[in-house]
Design a protein around this ligand. Structure first.
Ligand code: EPU
Length: 417
């Protein structure tokens, strides 16, 4: 198993290119199931989660090929309609094949994802939405079985804002008969990116990016070619790295407009930001100020940046309150950060972070994707060596992270444990 070894204390400077967004690519690759022809996607990040979804699409009978960051999928001849436990347990986003399969084939059998380290993460709203579109749903032997001869448009209200739930139902509604209205829909850029691709395929979708999305179903969709949007969370992670190390880093191929809440908090913390089109320069030339943060759905501060921001606040002057409102157990990184010298106490959904003069290196354990990113960030400023175990978590969502960090001056390497 690989480990990542970071020697802290290097100031980061230079340019780093942001990769395509994992959380936009996953639903978009799943949407290839909605059509019987060859779809091509560019700027697809080369990540474990992407390999997992391609494997799943192949197991359903699609042919796929990947050439660098270009992926081609042809789902003309689907031979199966089942997403097995072994694939779904490795990646919860596999649930994104449920609605495309039901819309295209009239039947799907998908393993229930179960909980994960950061929370219970039920899929009740995906199922409720699909049921409202006329599917009959049964849960048997740990699998969801959904059936519908032709889905029918409906008015669907989401009790909680759900990103993949909105995406799944949007895909089903694209091929349903009649009009679907999604209320309290997720407004994340990844939802808009999927809607844009569906529209290119011939879908009729209005309002994506707002909380009410209206979909006029069509009888078929055509193959398409699309570019995956830049990863706002990877960008935010590199912004935090630059800020922590008193650095001067320019991000290219990014979308500063998708990062306004993160930019706002970093500016309040005293970090200088200079966005120009698709580039963003981050410079830090004074002590970091404490800022309170509350995670929220988009356009609020993203839960996927909470762990990384906590590292920044651990190195700030004064005390910061961080409230996690999206997932019930997303503070697992706290005990590892404490091992590096951070002063953090947690009570329920709230963490109180008191800035310390210095962090020190130690062996730590990654527990999930963003937690592992936070440990890498902490390692960049910790005195001495930080050894991060279970880095397969980070490989799920960050393309060549150690190479990109090395390129801007970090002392970081991957080793076989
Ligand atoms: N929820 C329900 N019922 C549902 C669906 C969600 O109660 O049917 C709850 C969840 O338990 C959670 C909240 O609603 O408390 C929001 O969950 P959401 O469904 O929005 O999360 P998701 O779609 O499973 C996506 C990202 C996550 C990201 C969240 C929140 C993908 C593939 N995953 O997950 O990304 O944290 O939205 O923004 O898009 C990551 O990349 O590290 C990651 C975890």
């Amino acid at each position: 198993m690989d480990i990542i070894v970071v020697e802290g204390g290097q100031r980061l400077s230079g340019t780093v290119a942001i990769s395509g967004a994992k959380n936009a690519a996953l639903p978009i690759l799943a949407s290839a199931l909605l059509t019987g022809g060859e779809c091509t996607y560019t700027n697809v990040p080369d990540l474990q989660d992407i390999r997992s979804i391609l494997l799943l699409l192949e197991s359903l009978g699609a042919t796929t090929s990947a050439d660098g960051n270009t992926v081609t999928i042809d789902a003309a001849n689907l031979a199966a309609s089942e997403a097995p436990y072994d694939l779904v347990r490795k990646m919860r986003a596999s649930i994104l094949v449920l609605c495309p399969l039901v819309a295209r084939l009239g039947y799907a059998r998908v393993s229930l994802p179960g909980g994960c380290a950061i929370g219970a993460r039920p899929i009740n709203l995906h199922l409720k939405g699909l049921e409202r579109l006329g599917a009959s749903i049964e849960i048997r032997h740990g699998y969801v079985e959904a059936r519908a001869s032709r889905l029918k448009g409906a008015d669907i209200y989401f009790d909680t804002v759900t990103v993949t739930g909105t995406e799944n139902i949007m895909m089903a509604a694209a091929l349903a008969e009649g009009t679907t209205v999604l209320r309290n829909a997720a407004r994340e850029p990844e939802v808009v990116a999927l809607a844009d691709v569906l529209v290119q395929m011939g879908a009729d979708i209005q309002g994506a990016g707002t909380s009410v999305v209206t979909i006029q179903g069509v009888s078929q969709l055509k193959p398409t070619r699309a570019e995956i949007i830049p990863d706002r969370i990877e960008a935010g992670t590199f912004m935090a790295a630059a800020a922590l190390t008193g650095g001067d880093v320019t991000l290219t191929n990014c979308r500063p407009d998708h990062l306004s809440a993160v930019c706002d908090k970093l500016q309040q913390a005293g970090i200088n930001l200079d966005p120009k089109g698709t580039t963003l320069r981050v410079t830090a030339d004074r002590p970091i100020e404490s800022v309170d943060v509350r995670t929220q759905t988009y356009p609020g501060f993203p839960t996927d940046m909470q762990a990384q921001f906590m590292v920044l606040m651990s190195c700030a002057q004064g005390q910061s309150i961080i409230k996690e409102t999206i997932f019930e157990n997303r503070f697992i990184h706290v005990s590892e950060l404490r091992r590096l010298g951070a002063d953090i106490t947690v009570s329920g959904d709230t963490a109180v972070v008191r800035g310390v003069k210095a962090l020190w290196g130690a062996p730590v354990m990654a527990s999930d994707l963003r937690a592992s990113a936070s440990l890498v960030l902490a390692g960049l400023v910790a005195e001495g060596v930080t050894q991060i175990n279970r880095v397969y978590h980070i490989d799920r969502g960050y393309e060549r992270i150690e190479e990109k960090l090395r390129q801007i001056g970090a002392s970081i390497r991957r080793e076989k444990a």
